[in-house]
Design a protein around this ligand. Structure first.
Ligand code: GAL
Length: 919
């Protein structure tokens, strides 16, 4: 049966390229060229005991200090570089014969994957998921497997913070030789007449055996309450070594539709039976929904016109870089939903699978974007990878092929786009395809009219002209706005590189929130908007450079704290009354001077009171909003919002006293005690009466007791240079955030928060018992493999320490001792010599190192660098401990094992793995 195990735990990590001795002898070069022959940090013998131990997802970039001198503003001045990861793990002997597939969800940026001494895969896009089949190369039982990933993040693909390392999950899937292929299920529900649907399912069966098999495939649909609502059986024969696509149509009546407000999901169980045995079961989440686009009236979901109210986002978050725990993906999508957003553009790359899961669960439409505009074989591979990975997600409704490409308006761009469209449609003809263009839309020989939709990035003065020319080509604002604001700040100050929050600061190519939404919302033929951006992100600190290290574009900051425009979008996008006061009321020293105050509201009239005195009452044009200059006096500023003359909403801000302590708000009530669950913990400065203090900037420090760890911290200040990988942080305009993750123990977390001059606060986060996700543990032992053995059995006792000539590849043979006894030694008499070379670290030298033979037999003499270490006669295979004389060891030792054998011995020789251990 199928098993899917997490490979996230306990990797050894080294930042940079480890220094390795150059081996240039013929023997070394010859050996390196062989399968399994890799040496150095990708090889079994390499000593990683002094490397760090890290957990995935892991991003090393944001954990490094900012580097103004060598750093790139686009990457937020974080160093990138090269990193190595190693994980040694054992497989159960019962796994022999299974198919073993590693899945890497995402590595930034170029990755080389080595397994047991061979390079098995290279991946060239930091945003695509890829697999590595290790079936042929795996060891079972005592001999551990070695998985090594070299990550080269000196290469970049974007102009934003991309992170560095294995920053998404890794999985190991074990299946029977006859199984459902990886990504072998495509569910495509098709609506029929009168509430009837056909659930079209294509299942690819893979037969890795050497004989044809008769299979039965059961596809079973379960609705959310576990009831089975459809089931079909298909049977047939799958030829040896072949894949077979089986198509089934499962009828279902009146399914609960997947919609943005009610995202109903169904589960498809695909059960593969061969000879009466259930060999594989795969589960796929999917939904029933229709999508349609119209050049005149835009986007339809389930036949309902739906204006796309979307945001563009990169993937990093405060405290964790791009290595987001699943809980933080969920947090971000929830924050956007609360704003009234219904769509998410994965700018400019494929997202983590868990982000799409969150969008499926929470009802968020997705524009899934391809990273590289490239119609070459590699480019198409990356594009197809997006489609086959993501086409079962009901949330995914658009595929975007590119973003702002210089070739977009040219005949070359047109040809590339056509080829790329063909590749996508072959795999999924159901989703409209677009390119996000920032020019070239009016060119006859460009890409604009060969895509299903034309994406306009900015250029919103061009919608009408384009429509005149192409009345049948649907339009979407694939990227809009690019306004600047700094959370909680109300005075733009160029010298401090901060912006006010009155919706008037914007990039020269951008628009204010109000202008942009008015242009789009008053045109039915514009399908909707994707605002740049939902969240601030590291890098691209436009229009500034250092000391700004992250953007000013976000509707929320890097932590997900709302800037004022968040409420403007709520006013535009939500139905219930929204009334928000833009500004704060803590201006000591400004008494008697004017302070700008603004309303963000969808009410049609607003009354403004200062200390219970009516100052003004104004009708509100939703696209204009309203602002006042109010003479400051401490106290309470209150707004009342009216609709049709009725008071429907009130809001107030108060002058706070000095900060006294903090208020803590957690993303959810408890964490699951699985060592993976994580949440955002938001910290707000409050005065003695519990009022928020919007001007407090003091340094906070955090400590944690119980089953949790602090993964990182942030405060949303685009100019802050304090480390995120820390347990302390300054408040920025009253707020900061910690990301807390559970451990696999069920003990509540007690978080203590202290700030300079503040009353400490503590907060309890309950940790709930849950079943731990099955995972593959790492082993730490250092194994030496790839022994040389003399080809001939010598009749006379040879010199065990004889020098092997560097050009001699043929009088010694390489053997993998972990496979057990060598047949050639059975029944023979004489002497064989084994030889190996292994590095020894300083830690090992200063401990009490010894060699550990898991199984060895014969008349044994063991030498290290020519010195006899142990002599022993073992008539039967046994394990053997051989102490090494620590102080005299060199960095690299030569081990010689001479074994005298006689024909009556049952099984002489080294016949199990050998490791170096310390006491
Ligand atoms: C766009 C681009 C985005 C971002 C944005 C900033 O041109 O697609 O990635 O750079 O500008 O305004």
């Amino acid at each position: 049966m199928r098993e899917r195990l997490s490979m996230d735990r306990d990797w050894r990590f080294h930042l940079g390229d480890p220094v390795q001795a150059k081996e240039s002898s013929h023997k070394a070069v010859y050996g390196l060229a062989k399968a399994g022959g890799i040496r150095g940090p990708a090889g079994m013998e390499w000593n990683d005991n002094e490397w760090d131990t890290v957990q995935l997802p892991h991003d090393w970039s944001y954990q490094q200090p900012l580097d103004r001198e060598n750093g790139v503003p686009d990457f937020g001045y974080y160093p990138r570089g090269i990193g190595w990861y190693r994980k040694k793990f054992k497989l159960d002997p019962a796994d022999q014969g299974k198919q073993l597939l590693l899945e890497f969800d995402g590595i930034a940026t170029h990755a080389a994957v080595y397994f047991n001494g061979s390079i098995l895969e290279r991946n060239f896009c930091g945003y695509t998921s890829f697999t590595v089949d290790i079936t042929d190369r795996a060891y079972f039982g005592d001999q551990p497997n070695l998985l090594v990933v070299k990550v080269d993040a000196t290469v970049s693909e974007g102009w934003w913070y991309e992170g560095a390392g294995i920053y998404r999950h890794v999985w190991l899937t074990k299946t029977a030789p006859v199984h459902i292929a990886h990504r072998g299920i495509w569910v495509n529900p098709i609506r029929q007449e009168a509430g009837r649907w056909l659930t079209n399912v294509e299942t690819t069966i893979r037969n890795e055996t050497e004989a044809a098999v008769e299979y039965q495939l059961i596809s079973r649909v379960e609705q959310a309450d576990g009831n089975i609502v459809a089931e079909e059986l298909a049977s047939g024969s799958c030829a040896a070594g072949q894949s077979l696509a089986v198509t089934q149509d499962l009828p279902i009546e009146h399914p609960a539709l997947w919609d943005v407000d009610a995202p109903h999901l169904y589960k498809l169980y695909s059960i593969l039976v061969v000879n009466g045995e259930e060999l594989d079961t795969a589960v796929t989440n999917y939904g029933y929904r229709t999508i349609r686009i119209c050049p005149d009236t835009g986007f339809y979901l389930n036949d309902r016109p739906l204006k796309i109210k979307g945001t563009c986002n990169h993937q990093d978050h405060a405290g964790v870089g791009v290595a987001l725990p699943d809980g933080i993906q969920e947090y971000r999508i929830r924050r956007l939903k609360e704003m009234g957003s219904n769509a998410y553009r994965c700018a400019h790359h494929n997202p983590a699978p868990e982000l799409l899961d969150a969008c499926d669960r929470l009802g968020m439409l997705v524009m899934n974007e391809n990273r590289n505009f490239d119609s070459s074989r590699e480019g198409l591979r990356q594009l197809e990878n997006m489609v086959t990975r993501d086409r079962n997600h009901p949330s995914v409704v658009f595929y975007s092929l590119f973003n702002e490409e210089p070739l977009q308006g040219t005949p070359i761009g047109r040809k590339m786009v056509k080829r790329m469209i063909r590749a996508v449609k072959k795999l999924d003809p159901t989703r409209p395809i677009l390119g996000a263009m920032h020019g070239g839309v009016m060119e006859d020989e460009g890409a604009a009219d060969v895509t299903d939709i034309v994406g306009f990035n900015y250029m919103n003065g061009g919608y009408d002209k384009f429509r005149e020319k192409h009345p049948n080509q649907p339009i979407i604002g694939s990227e809009t706005v690019s306004a600047f604001s700094t959370r909680g700040n109300y005075i733009s100050d160029d010298s401090r590189q901060i912006f006010d929050s009155y919706d008037r600061e914007k990039a020269s190519w951008g628009n204010s929130v109000r202008e942009s939404w008015k242009t789009i919302n008053t045109r039915d033929f514009v399908m909707g908007t994707f605002v740049w951006t939902g969240f601030d992100y590291r890098g691209e600190p436009t229009p500034y450079e250092w000391p700004s290290v992250s953007t000013h574009f976000g509707i929320m900051d890097t932590c997900g704290f709302a800037k004022d425009s968040y409420y403007l979008y709520q006013a535009f996008w939500r139905d219930e009354p929204v009334l928000h006061i833009v500004g704060h009321w803590n201006w000591p020293g400004r008494e008697g001077r004017q302070v700008k105050i603004m309303a963000h509201t969808n009410c049609d009239e607003v009354a403004l009171y200062l200390n219970d005195v009516l100052i003004d009452r104004q009708p509100i044009d939703i696209y204009e909003q309203y602002e006042w200059d109010v003479v400051y006096e401490p106290g309470t500023l209150r707004m009342e919002g009216y609709k049709g003359g009725q008071l429907v909403k009130a809001a107030e801000i108060q002058t706070a006293d000095e900060a006294h302590t903090v208020r803590v708000e957690t993303q959810k009530l408890a964490l699951s005690g699985d060592g993976r669950d994580a949440m955002a913990v938001n910290v707000y400065a409050v005065d003695g009466q519990g009022r928020f203090v919007p001007t407090e900037q003091c340094k906070m420090s955090f400590s944690i007791k119980g089953s949790g760890v602090i993964l990182g911290v942030g405060n949303g200040d685009p100019n802050c240079h304090e480390p995120d990988y820390a347990a302390e942080r300054s408040l920025f305009n009253g707020c900061c955030q910690l990301i807390v993750q559970s451990k696999v123990v069920e003990e509540d977390i007690v978080l203590t928060i202290e700030g300079d001059g503040l009353q400490p606060a503590s907060h309890v986060i309950p940790v709930q018992p849950v079943e731990e996700l099955p995972f593959v543990p790492s082993v730490d032992e250092r194994y030496i493999n790839n022994w040389l053995i003399t080809q001939e059995i010598a009749a006379e006792r040879p010199d065990p320490n004889v020098m092997i000539h560097p050009t001699d590849m043929n009088s010694w043979e390489m053997v993998d001792v972990s496979f057990g006894a060598l047949q050639m030694l059975r029944g023979a008499s004489g002497y064989v010599t084994y030889r190996n070379q292994a590095p020894i670290s300083d830690v090992e030298k200063s401990g009490r190192p010894y060699l550990w033979f898991h199984s060895i037999s014969g008349d044994i003499e063991i030498y290290v660098d020519g010195r006899l270490q142990l002599r022993q006669f073992l008539p039967w295979p046994e394990n053997l401990e051989v102490p090494l004389l620590g102080a005299e060891l060199k960095d690299q030792i030569t081990i010689s094992v001479l074994i005298g054998i006689t024909s009556d011995m049952y099984s002489p020789g080294i016949q199990g793995s050998v490791s170096i251990r310390t006491k």
